[in-house]
Design a protein around this ligand. Sequence first.
Ligand code: C2E
Ligand code: MG
Ligand code: MG
Length: 758
Amino acid sequence: MSAPEGILVLASRREVRRRVFDVLDSAACRPIHSARDTQHAAILLEGRPPLKLIVALLDADPDAARECCAKLRALPAGAGVPLIVIVDDETPLDVSQLPDGVDAWLPAQHIESDLLDRWRRLPASMPAAPAPSPGAADKALRTLLHIVNSHGSDATRDVTARRVFDEMGLDYLAVWPKRGDGVDFQTPLLRLWNGVEPAWPAVDDFVLLHRVLAGETILWRNQARQRAPDDPLLPQLELAGLVGLPLLDERREVLGAVLAGARRGFDDMAIAEPLLRCAALRFAHGLELARTREQGRAEGLLDALTGLPNRLLFADRLETILREAVRNGECFAVLFVDLDHFKAVNDNHGHAAGDQVLQEVTRRLRGSVRASDTVARYAGDEFTVVLRHIVKNDDVQRVVEKILQAVGEPLQLDSGVRVATGVSIGVSFFPDDAPDADTLIKHADEAMYAAKHQGRNTFRVYEVSPEYAREHGMALRSRLRHALGNGELRVVYQPQVETQSEDIMGMEALVRWEHPELGLISPAVFVPLAEETGLIVPIGEWVLRTACRQAQEWEARYALRLRIGVNLSAVQLMEPKLPATVFRALQETGLDPTLLELEVTESISIKAAPNLVENLQALHRLGCRIAIDDFGTGAASLDYLRKLPADRIKVDQSFVRNIGVDPDDEAIVRATIEMAHRLNRAVVAEGVETEQHLAFLREQGCDELQGYLFSRPLAVAAFERLLAERQQALGEQRPRAQPAAVMAHAGAVKDSTMGASA
Ligand code: C2E
Ligand code: MG
Ligand code: MG
């Protein structure tokens, strides 16, 4: 029988799955299979060796909980596997009624702090949790960082050192700063040594330190002394294993070095290396923060009351983040946060009270975001926040809701008076809403006012107003003529996922216009203008060719048979030479025609569009798929299905948005899916934004999904990262093997590394 391998995380709530995943993932426990229910788990685990551990969120109903446990035990990979149960905070299970065979339990709020520990404390007969424990080490590292930042006393250092060393199997750990270009430092920022204080060698002789400060990474499991015979520290401390990592800032410049050594050598570099890399990232971040603070204080860039970056420093930071994002094809969000009723606090309780509120709000804001995010005091009672590495709307919504909740807690003033606080938040996205910092802030500010309008302590995402679009229509029309030639058009790609597995099946190509002055213009605004002028034909052809080339490149690299959806406008569809154009694009790029799906919006009237039916039939004969876009919005739905060779229909976002809100729209979605299936057509739902949408569409048997819940439209680099993460989450072995909830995994992997990737 094969050795136990892998962990099953079973929870109906995605948020819980993700948190458990993050904890296990950061402890390098792999592979992790994460499933919604036992049926999903059975699919994931088919043919797999027995598990090492099962972590399950159980239903509050004791019978359902018992049944779930029994099903887990009945899985071939699940018999006799240690089972830890998470008890939900929202609908708690009565723990006195836990089913038989549960080995340990913990409340959901303690997943991060206790899960690994609980596993480690299970009886010895069970497969062991990884040791040394990275979860505990992670805690120790946080303490270490605290010492670095606060220059803690030697006494606290000693205590921490002992704990850290035990947990990580280290004997020596030092963090060295680098100041300016030279090395005009004599002492490390932090030095922990498991032994009697030796006479430390002079810094200048410390060869390895200089190598790491020059950017080199050292990973020596043992025999370090033989590898660097000229270094004085290794023999003096009798170190056999050494890890040296440069500390890098956002621009990848060296800020310092972390050195870690072990007398016995490192048993397992696979554990030590990621831990120390994680530590290095944290140290680097701490150093960078300390450095900016120092600079900021010197140059008047920090707000005196809250210690946050002020408007000036924020602008500077935002520019840096923007440049990075352009280079990496990343999305980020800008939040404009405005305190509600702050004036009343000042007026009724005095300025000291106002200051106290601002300080407390600062603390809560900071506590709600990741270390790599930026919080600034923009002015008076206004704060700005940048949330980096955004893939899904969800990423922002989670943080925004956390902020609303944290700041919404009443606050006790020094005078003993309790005051209610709240904020209104506006959100804008880069690059969707603007290409430059000023406009991003402006848009977030506008959205914030919309939120205030809506009734405070809430948030709004920026939307372009139709008036604005009309006003700029004229100017845009003449400018659009040059957009293609000037290279101002881009294509972004939005994943489509399979409903059950949430695995990626394809993507839709969506065009963007980066106007040099006005910023990013939505296709909803400029495609109609391009249609009026006939420019849509060359533009559409360019999008088609770009998308096919990209899809073929990904196919060559990942062999996932991803389908690429390309939108065709009415004008293109009436062109008699459309099939020839598509044929040429396929030929030139080498893309398999069956991977190309052409989207036709339902708002085009079949009668009024000559050639439409013929063109689509010709495209179908080429082997291309046809999808009917925005299904349900026009009056022609049935006519379309009867007359056009459609393979799939895309349920329009306006219906999806109303799931859980409007029973009529729910009925339309239900009926559409049923009808499509009866006619042998597959269904894709667009604009899937919430778990509620997902649950409904899953229940109705919708085939595929597209929407912010899974991913926003992504630039090429970001899309590739998603594919790479998917591959990693699947353990890199098979191109498309088990239908695991890989998109969820990829997202979780991203989350767990995000704080560190600053
Ligand atoms: P569409 O074909 O229905 O594309 C889906 C639109 O929904 C995209 O907007 C996408 O970004 C947006 N979307 C995706 N998920 C969500 C979500 O969860 N919530 C919300 N609120 N929106 C979501 P986008 O990119 O602005 O495109 C708008 C329309 O412009 C497209 O609608 C399509 O009709 C047209 N279009 C886009 N690219 C092209 C193109 O290359 N050629 C032509 N002819 N039309 C295009
Ligand atoms: Mg479309
Ligand atoms: Mg659509």
